[in-house]
Design a protein around this ligand. Sequence first.
Ligand code: SF4
Length: 122
Amino acid sequence: MAEACTACGACVQACPMTRFAPGVPEADPMQVAGGMRALLQGGEASAVSLGWIGACTRSAACNPACPEQLDVALMMRFASMRARGALGEAPGIAVKTDSGWSARVKGFARLGLTDQEQAEWL
Ligand code: SF4
């Protein structure tokens, strides 16, 4: 998938989390996406790319935006693992140290908040 990725940046532009990632709204989407691709190819990503990867909530809104029809959400998941030091390298983004964090997020997600509640509370 990384070889097929052209770093066009469409996934970055479609991402609902982009505006919450420091520096990403002002950055060139192609360069942000290029960092994700670089991580998958064994390279390094810029701080702004790492910020985007770290902000990913797995919405998969990126997938339909990809002109190469890549599973961008899966690419982001692997990039996130690399960025968090999956291969023994120093983490480039924060690693969760709170083991109960994921369970709390899942429980909160199951509350089934309406769109209005999400808009008001999240
Ligand atoms: S939209 Fe697809 S081809 Fe474009 S940068 Fe994202 S993953 Fe790569």
